[in-house]
Structure formats: C-alpha cells, structure tokens
Ligand binder design. Structure first.
Ligand SMILES: NC(=O)c1ccc[n+]([C@@H]2O[C@H](COP(=O)([O-])OP(=O)(O)OC[C@H]3O[C@@H](n4cnc5c(N)ncnc54)[C@H](O)[C@@H]3O)[C@@H](O)[C@H]2O)c1
Length: 271
C-alpha cells in the first residue's frame, strides 16, 4: 500500500490573490499551519504584512506579503516576479479576490456600464491575466496548479426571492438583489477553468474551480433564515469550512483532477 501523505504541502509555495478577506485569511492560516509558504497578496500592504507576521509567529513559516491591485496587469506580473525572487518557484495560484466597486449592488435597470466593466475586469479579466502569467512560469517548472473561485450564483441563477424584505443599505429606496455582474463573472470562471485545463492538458498544469456557498458573516436574521432554508444542511457555511477543500486542491491529493468544479454549498444546488 502506498502510505505517502498526499496532503503534504510542506515547503510548497502558494500564491493567493485577494488573500486578506474573510475566506482568503482562513486559507492563509490553514495552509500555513500545514507548512506551506504563502504569498499573501491584496490591496492593503498593511493587512498582508500583519497576516504574514501572524502566521510566521504561529507556524514558523516564511510567507511573503505583496501589495497588488489585480486590475493592474503590472501588479500581477510583479507578484510573480517577487515570488520567484524570494522562493525561486511557486506551486499553486489561488484566484480568490472579488471586486465590489461603487454601484455594485445597484438594481439591474440602474446598473452603470462603468460598474459593470469594473466587475467584469476584476472578477474575470484580471483572473485570466493572472492565470496567463502563472502558466508562463508553470510551463518552465513543468508543473503547477490553479484554483479559481466561483460561487453558487456562477453555477445557477441567483435566487432573488431570498432577498425579499432584506434592507438595501447601498440603495435604500430599492429592493436588495444579487447583482448581475457577480453571477455572470462567476459563471465565466467555470469556463475559464475548463478552457485552461484543456489548453494545458499535457503540460502537468491542473486548473480547477472551487465553488463555495454563502458564509455567515453577521447577516441580518431574515436573510440568514431565507438562505439557510435553501440549503439541505439548513445553514450558511462557517468561514473555515472550505479550508480542507483548498488543501485538497493545492495538494497531490487532487492529482487526477483538472477542469473540474468542486461545489461545497450545503446542498443548495443538489435540488
Ligand atoms: N464569502 C462568501 O459567502 C462567498 C461565497 C461564495 C463565493 N465566494 C467567493 O470567495 C472569494 C472570497 O470571498 P470573501 O468572502 O473572502 O471576500 P472578501 O471580500 O472578504 O475578500 C475578497 C478580497 O479581495 C480583495 N480585493 C478586492 N479588490 C481587489 C483588487 N483590485 N486587487 C486585489 N485584491 C482585491 C479584497 O481586498 C478582499 O481582501 C471571492 O471570490 C468570492 O466571490 C465567497
């Protein structure tokens, strides 16, 4: 029997874009606890640095904080250059950022082209560019893996009924809805993953999507109840409940998986 630990990620270098938010910071902590060195990249250097110091102290790892705005091509290129400068390699890229520019929660009839273009650019265009840049290195290394992050609403249509009665703090005179830009960009992520998996089929570059369901983050009780009743498990996710899936995707445990979509949504899309 092969007793190798397929989940071993000690010494792996993992680049996370959008690393200091609700889920990104959990991935940084969890993967660091398993001995990986994380490139912690986000808009605020202070947040990246403080997370880096925290995991260094807790786990004795050697993370790299980098400020980058993924909507700037030169910032993305710089992330990989600095990564190579420090470690000489990286094993995985996790495209975890999400863009919420002004007007993000506008009702459909009032959705401005400017807001739409910013979300298309940040949630999709920037992800394509970061995959392009990472893959140039992966081709040199002879291996690599990418994890793109979608969402339930990238897999199926938004259930706008669950927002009935939820206050719209951004547009107080309008009813709250899940924005068009979110669902279409998260749907695009699924096919980007499939495209790249096929494109790099024989290059030992694996590309997969993780689809998380909604995480409870002090949402109002009405929304929490409506959301929860849509899931088979009857609740929203806890922020730590995707950590093991991320470990699976960045490790050898998922060596035969590419072009796939790992859905973890409490059963929302099962019925
Ligand atoms: N939290 C959920 O309920 C949930 C559910 C399904 C999918 N997701 C997806 O998971 C991912 C993480 O979600 P989250 O809840 O942690 O989000 P979050 O908003 O807490 O974190 C997103 C991070 O992206 C960063 N970011 C925004 N614009 C950026 C830019 N231009 N350049 C670089 N970084 C930028 C933010 O600073 C933030 O740290 C997102 O892709 C999201 O769509 C989240």
């Amino acid at each position: 029997m092969n007793t190798k630990d397929f989940f071993d990620i000690k010494q792996k270098v993992i680049v996370i874009l959008g690393a200091t938010g609700i889920l990104g910071s959990r991935y940084v902590d969890f993967l660091s606890s398993k001995g990986a060195n994380i490139v912690i990249s986000d808009l605020s250097f202070e947040k990246c640095e403080s997370l880096a110091l925290e995991v260094m102290k807790k786990y004795g790892v050697d993370p790299l904080p980098i400020k980058a705005d993924i909507t700037k091509e030169e910032d993305i290129i710089n992330v990989f250059e600095l990564t190579i400068k420090k470690y000489g390699k990286f094993d995985s890229l996790i495209n975890n950022a999400q863009i919420k520019p002004e007007g993000f929660y506008a009702p459909f009839e009032k959705y401005s082209k400017d807001t739409l273009m910013k979300v298309l650019d940040g949630n999709l265009g920037a992800v394509i560019i970061s995959c392009r840049e990472a893959c140039k290195y992966f081709l040199q290394f002879g291996s690599g893996s990418i994890i793109n992050i979608s969402s339930t609403y990238g897999n199926i249509g938004a259930d706008q009924r669950i927002y009935d009665g939820v206050k719209n703090i951004y547009f107080p005179d309008e009813r709250f809805s899940s924005p068009v830009s979110y669902g279409v960009t998260k749907a695009g992520i699924l096919n980007l993953t499939r495209y790249l998996a096929s494109y790099y089929r024989e290059k030992n570059i694996r590309v997969n999507t993780l689809t998380p369901g909604g995480v409870f983050d002090n949402h109002d009780e009405l929304f929490n109840q409506s959301y929860s009743s849509r899931t088979l498990l009857g609740r929203m996710a806890k922020a730590d409940e995707y950590n093991a899936a991320i470990l699976f995707l960045v490790s050898e445990a998922s060596s035969y998986m590419t072009g796939a979509n790992l859905i973890i949504d409490g059963g929302w899309t099962a019925i």
